[in-house]
Design a protein around this ligand. Sequence first.
Ligand SMILES: Nc1ncnc2c1ncn2[C@@H]1O[C@H](COP(=O)(O)OP(=O)(O)O)[C@@H](O)[C@H]1O
Ligand SMILES: CC(=O)OP(=O)(O)O
Ligand SMILES: [Mg+2]
Length: 406
Amino acid sequence: MTGSRVLVLNSGSSSVKYQLIDMRGGERLAVGLVERIGEETSRLKHTPAGGDGREWSGAVPDHEAALKAVAAELAKDGLGLDSPELAAIGHRVVHGGLRFTEPTVIDEAVLAEIERLVPVAPLHNPANLTGIRTAQALRPDLPQVAVFDTAFHTTMPESAARYAIDVETADAHRIRRYGFHGTSHAYVSRETARLLGRAPEDVNVIVLHLGNGASASAVRGGRCVDTSMGLTPLEGLVMGTRSGDMDPAVIFHLMRVGGMSADEIDTLLNKRSGLIGLCGDNDMREIRRRVDAGDERARLAFDIYIHRLKKYIGAYYAVLGRVDAVAFTAGVGENSAPVREAAVAGLEGLGLAVDGELNAVRGDEARLVSPERARVAVAVVPTDEEMEIATQTYALVNESGNPNLT
Ligand SMILES: Nc1ncnc2c1ncn2[C@@H]1O[C@H](COP(=O)(O)OP(=O)(O)O)[C@@H](O)[C@H]1O
Ligand SMILES: CC(=O)OP(=O)(O)O
Ligand SMILES: [Mg+2]
């Protein structure tokens, strides 16, 4: 293989995050984001290494157009997709079902399986597929690798992965807990062990990935033993726009008594619930601003968010038996001191606390926010899904000796 660069594409339901990384030294040659895809006011933000960021606003109708805009932006810096330096393109794929436990070179059979899983990741897998197909059309000769959100969670024991429903029905429809954000949970649990100066095999960690989508996981000695998202990324914590846990009978009630269709309820629970459903905002910064200004609805939304988070910390404490660290990550986890403080408030009996001063410090580095000599470390560990995807992609294409798709 000649090139040493990997382009990573993280296609979300309405956004594409991307990074071009030189794997020889780990330098990020360009990072960027296209947001609000499908709206009139889409926005592209592109920052080349050592250069000034560029922003561009206008209508980007779909993910194909988004990726073409990204390719054009990279080309302006001499980093176009036609570069011989490019070794591979790594794609975040959210749902890999049970079949994909490792990063995988994408071929037609892999695409067909990602497509088959669309009904259980309706917000994510279609965007991932469009990203892959557009990238393939731009560089048909280049290996494209899928790195699955579900892969890290395939080590869960059946007792955690199975729902207590009729086994034949569950198996016929492949209904079980798959879990998501796995690339982040894997990376953050490893980085937490490093922060503690211990081997990942010796450390038990509760990872709280709190972004727009949010999930918790219990990681014992580097292996996932439980996680809060389920068949789809709807279960578990309260999220920006998703409800997380609730009595499944709410759905029948909304159908029978509320007269809503399955699709309407799907949209309600995935896009109009969670923080935005509770108070009209899904951005934690805005919610905290409102809480500080005495807004009651924002306060209640915050309290519901924290109550759920605390329940999962307690649950995973019990699952693990011994906990060495609780790690906060992703947009909210890395940046919101009030969320971290509130999540562990009152848990001194479990050995959990934050130090007010340490918790208030902002920074990009992994750091401890618990008091010195605390029984359980509380850490802020910035996630880096893109670097992790690039690393796994590069390792795979080197190991398999430049697999060729054509
Ligand atoms: N300084 C901050 N304080 C509180 N919350 C923040 C801050 N910065 C970002 N966030 C939260 O992070 C969220 C996005 O997190 P991110 O991990 O990027 O999510 P996703 O990958 O799901 O888009 C935003 O919705 C916002 O609520
Ligand atoms: C799986 C999932 O919820 O991803 P995101 O947080 O990117 O929406
Ligand atoms: Mg994310």
